[in-house]
Design a protein around this ligand. Structure first.
Ligand code: ZN
Length: 156
């Protein structure tokens, strides 16, 4: 008799998933492509989803609704910045991502959320910040991670 392997810390899990917003629009999906494979218990998925998958096994399906707080955080208006349009030497339009350098020298992606005559509004929030996330997930693989994978903190 073979025992069903259950999802726990240090298992490598493969899932097919579809992520929809509260209005039903599909935000992201692995359907029709390779499943997403990750190392469980290492913060690779957003916490609310990882919690829901804990203890599930091959063939199990979960549907989970995650509020912004347990997803990508609330939308922070302080992360909206207005910059002069002539700062950009290329055409930009709403929805584009630009890399912006921070004071500490690191770069972060900002999404263009507004283009006016002389200014451009950039949003440094995660594109999914402030959004409710509805995941439909099917577990298509669970195995014990190798010690190398646990060392590296990701699946191979
Ligand atoms: Zn590695």
């Amino acid at each position: 008799m073979s025992e069903k392997k259950l999802i726990a810390a240090d298992t490598v899990v493969s899932i097919q998933y579809t992520l929809t917003g509260d209005d039903g629009t599909v935000i992201d999906s692995s359907e029709g492509g390779e499943p997403l494979t990750y190392l469980h218990g290492h913060g690779q998925l957003i916490p609310g989803l990882e919690q829901e998958l804990e203890g599930k096994g091959l063939g199990d399906a979960v549907a989970v609704r995650i509020d912004a707080e347990n997803g990508y955080g609330e939308h922070d208006p302080d992360r909206l910045v207005e910059v002069p349009r002539d700062r950009f030497e290329f055409d930009i339009s709403e929805g584009d991502f630009v890399q912006a350098q921070q004071q500490d020298g690191t770069t972060v992606p900002f999404q263009v959320v507004g283009v006016e005559e002389t200014t451009v509004t950039l949003d440094g929030n995660h594109p999914l910040a402030g959004k409710v996330l509805n995941f439909k997930v099917e577990v298509v693989g669970v195995r014990t991670a190798t010690s190398e994978e646990i060392d590296h903190g990701h699946a191979h």
